[in-house]
Ligand binder design. Structure first.
Ligand SMILES: Cc1cc2nc3c(=O)[nH]c(=O)nc-3n(C[C@H](O)[C@H](O)[C@H](O)COP(=O)(O)OP(=O)(O)OC[C@H]3O[C@@H](n4cnc5c(N)ncnc54)[C@H](O)[C@@H]3O)c2cc1C
Length: 294
C-alpha cells in the first residue's frame, strides 16, 4: 500500500514547526515516530496534504527532573528511552512498569512518548497511565503555551484537546508522594498485541495506613482512557482489604465503565470480567507497595 501524495517538511526548531502548522491548518499532521501515522497513511485511513516531521527538533527530546520532585518528558522522547530512564523509574515507576507492554522493542525504539499520548488510541497503555498519574500536558502554538490535565486532554475516540495548530511539547509526571503505590495489569492474546483490557492504578496511604487517594484508569473499555471515579472513591478510608478491593473492582466493571465494546477480540461481558480480575490484581500489588513505602 502507498500513501496519498503529500508535501513534506522537516523543521529543525519548534517555532518553525508551529509556523508550518499555523500555515497549513487541518491539512497538516505532525509526524513523530510514524508507528501509527505511517501505517494509517499507507492504508489511506489518514491522508494529510502536509506532513510536518518533528524528528529533527532536538529540543523536544529530553527527560528531566522538575522542581516539584516529578519528571518532565519531551514529546519526541522515544518510548525505549523512557523505559530505560533511571529518573523515570525513581519518580514515575508506573511508567517504567507499563512501557514494556507497548508493542515490541523495535516499535518502542522508534515510537515516541508524545506520539502515543497524542494519538489517543483507546487501546494504548500510556493514556491510561497519564490519567492514573494525573499527568499535565503542555500544548504549544505560535501564540503561546497552555497546560492541560490528562483528564481534559482526552475528549473522544482518537480525539484530544490538541488543536490543529498546536503540538504536544512535553508531559509532566507528578512525583510519587510518600505512601504511594502503583501497578499496571493488562491481558493481551499475545505479548506485544494491543490489550483486550488494561488498568493503571495509583494509590496513597496516609500516616494511619488508610487509603487517602486512589486513581484507576482503564484502556480498551471505551472511546478513550476511562477513569473509574466511583470505584476509586469507594477505596478511600479503607486499608485496601480484600473485600474493599472486590467492591471497587465490581463498581469499576458495572458502574464506571458503562459500555465496554464487543468486537472480534472479546465480548463486552468478557471485558467486564477482565476489568474485575485485573483491578483486584493491580490494586493488591499497588496497596502492598504503598504499605512498603509508607
Ligand atoms: C505492530 C504495532 C503494534 C503496536 N502495539 C501497540 C501497543 O500494544 N500499545 C500501544 O500503546 N501502541 C502500540 N503501537 C503504536 C506505537 O506505540 C506508536 O508508537 C504510537 O501509537 C504512536 O507514536 P509515534 O511516535 O509513532 O507517533 P506517530 O505515528 O508519528 O503519530 C501518531 C499520531 O499522533 C500525532 N502526533 C504525534 N506527535 C505529536 C505531537 N507532539 N503533538 C501533536 N500530535 C502529535 C500524529 O500527527 C499522528 O496523528 C503499535 C504499533 C505497531 C506498528
Amino acid at each position: 500500500m502507498k500513501p496519498a501524495p503529500f508535501r513534506y517538511f522537516a523543521p529543525e526548531t519548534l517555532d518553525e514547526a508551529l509556523s508550518l502548522l499555523a500555515e497549513h491548518g487541518d491539512e497538516a499532521k505532525p509526524l513523530a515516530g510514524g508507528q501509527s501515522l505511517v501505517p494509517a497513511m499507507n492504508f489511506r485511513l489518514a491522508q494529510p496534504a502536509v506532513l510536518v516531521d518533528l524528528n529533527r527538533i532536538a529540543a523536544l527530546s529530553f527527560i528531566r527532573p522538575d522542581d516539584a520532585g516529578g519528571v518532565v518528558v519531551g514529546a519526541m522522547t522515544r518510548q525505549r528511552a523512557v523505559e530505560h530512564s533511571e529518573l523515570v523509574a525513581a519518580r514515575a515507576p508506573l511508567v517504567t512498569e507499563t512501557v514494556p507492554y507497548i508493542a515490541h522493542a523495535q516499535i518502542r525504539n522508534r515510537g515516541t512518548f508524545g506520539g502515543s499520548l497524542a494519538h489517543a488510541d483507546p487501546a494504548s497503555e500510556l493514556p491510561a497511565v497519564a490519567l492514573a498519574l494525573d499527568a499535565q500536558f503542555t500544548l504549544a502554538c505560535r501564540s503561546g503555551q497552555r497546560v492541560v490535565p490528562a483528564e481534559a486532554f482526552y475528549t473522544d475516540l482518537f480525539e484530544t484537546a490538541c488543536g490543529h495548530e498546536e503540538l504536544l511539547v512535553d508531559v509532566r509526571l507528578p512525583t510519587a508522594a510518600a505512601g504511594s503505590g502503583f501497578a499496571f495489569e493488562e491481558l493481551a492474546r499475545r505479548h506485544g498485541d494491543y490489550a483486550l483490557v488494561g488498568v493503571a492504578v495509583a494509590v496513597q496511604r496516609g500516616a494511619d495506613g488508610t487509603l487517602i487517594d486512589a486513581r484507576m484508569a482503564y484502556l480498551s473499555v471505551g472511546p478513550g482512557p476511562v477513569l473509574a471515579t466511583r470505584a476509586s472513591a469507594s477505596l478511600l478510608g479503607t486499608r485496601g482489604e480484600t473485600e474493599a478491593l472486590r467492591v471497587a473492582a465490581s463498581l469499576a466493571a458495572h458502574e464506571d465503565i458503562v459500555d465496554p465494546p464487543s468486537d472480534i477480540h472479546a465480548t463486552a461481558a468478557y471485558r467486564r470480567h477482565l476489568i474485575e480480575v485485573l483491578t483486584v490484581r493491580a490494586l493488591t500489588r499497588a496497596c502492598s507497595r504503598a504499605q512498603e513505602g509508607a
